[in-house]
Design a binder for this molecule. Structure first.
Ligand code: PLP
Length: 369
């Protein structure tokens, strides 16, 4: 969709990246690292400075006890962390439980690593999960459960009760949880992000994935990480070594500086996005789309069922070609794309003027009979 957006000179609300810069502290730290000799390979599983910063932040923000020597694995983005986790865990024939709609990569991550995905539906419009559906997705072949909270594309933030149900199932069935928490600081209306690794004994069976892309608006830097129990971290470190050797060394050093930003940075980030969310959702609703304010992350799944389009692709193509706003067709987020055919996903990590222009263009939907 990013490519199609460029063809039509459209505002690109498809792929999840900001049109504004990271904080100056980060870019300054990166420049400084380039001049300070951090130009060769770091230790493959991460520069000590960054692993120390990850362990510190995991303790103070998430409540996860991590030893910087044993548990962190620094990767080229959360994307590589997820792939390395799956390649390390999965044997042929294993199954992976995945909540759907899901961030597009999880399906291929499962398939490339040899796992069979078993999808559990989050139900429109509140994206609730039926406990029985979840239970019945577990079989004697289940090896991993993939969680993403705050969630892309739904904006769902899993609460403590939901996490407890997941934790109990993983513990009872001896399943490893791989949890992608890359939007942990983008939560609204007082919602609180809770790390699955802090529930019960989950720290022993959870790989927590994160990165700088979203929290520090630096998607192009490609620095992410996992925090894993020692044995799993060792397996991931080997896999990661053969996948990419390591994330960019100077940017790892700058990421360590990012993790030392004061709490006020995170508060400002959340309130900035909450304001964008409020204005953007109001604009979508005014244009006639059925959507609820997300509780976290920076996406809105909108139901366009009242408009006369055959499916999500037809609607998305109308938006990009006629109204010049690019979105992602909902089917991309479902195991069976037909299940997403009444949805498109908008993303609102853009400057206010970009979002306002997009909303103005989308009012053109009111001319659709
Ligand atoms: N995880 C989720 C849920 C995402 O939405 C994204 C990007 O959109 C990523 C991971 C990618 O993270 P990274 O840039 O660290 O590879």
């Amino acid at each position: 969709m990013t490519r199609i957006a460029a063809l039509h000179d459209a505002i690109n609300l498809s792929q999840g990246y900001p049109d504004f810069d990271p904080p100056r502290e980060l870019t300054e730290a990166a420049k400084h690292a380039l001049d300070a000799g951090y130009n060769q390979y770091a230790i493959t599983w991460g520069a000590r400075e960054l692993r120390d910063a990850i362990a510190r932040r995991a303790k103070t923000f998430n409540g996860i006890d991590a030893d910087s020597e044993a548990n962190p694995v620094v990767t080229c983005g959360a994307t590589e962390a997820m792939m390395a986790a799956m390649l390390s865990l999965i044997n042929p024939g294993d199954e992976a439980v995945i909540f759907e709609p899901f961030y597009e990569n999880y399906g291929p991550d499962a398939i490339v690593s040899g796992a069979r995905p078993r999808y559990v539906r989050m139900q429109w419009p509140d994206w609730s999960v039926d406990e029985e559906d979840l239970k019945s997705a577990f079989t004697n072949r289940t090896k991993v459960l993939i969680l993403n909270t705050p969630n892309n594309p739904t904006g769902k933030v899993f609460d403590r009760d939901e996490l407890k149900v997941i934790a109990d199932l993983c513990t009872d069935r001896d399943v490893v949880a791989v949890t992608d928490e890359i939007y942990e600081h983008i939560v609204f209306d007082g919602a609180k992000h809770i790390s699955l690794a802090t529930i019960g004994d989950m720290a022993d069976r959870t790989i927590t994935i994160n990165g700088i892309s979203k929290t520090y608006s630096a998607t192009g830097w490609r620095v992410g990480w996992a925090i894993a129990p020692k044995t799993l971290a060792n397996a991931m470190r080997r896999t990661h070594d053969f996948l990419t050797v390591g994330a960019p060394h100077p940017l790892q050093i700058a990421a360590a500086a990012a993790l030392a930003l004061p709490e006020s940075y995170y508060q400002h980030l959340a309130s900035m996005y909450q304001q964008k969310r409020d204005d953007f959702v109001r604009g979508l609703q005014k244009a006639g789309l059925d959507c609820r304010p997300p509780r976290g992350a920076y996406y809105v799944m909108a139901n366009f069922g009242r408009f006369p389009f055959d499916d999500d692709w037809a609607f998305a193509m109308h938006l990009v070609e006629r109204l010049r706003v690019a979105v992602v067709p909902g089917g991309s987020f479902y195991g069976d794309p037909k299940d997403g055919r009444r949805f498109v996903r908008f993303m609102f990590s853009k400057r206010d003027e970009t979002l306002k222009e997009a909303i103005d263009r989308l009012q053109g939907l009111r001319d659709v009979p």
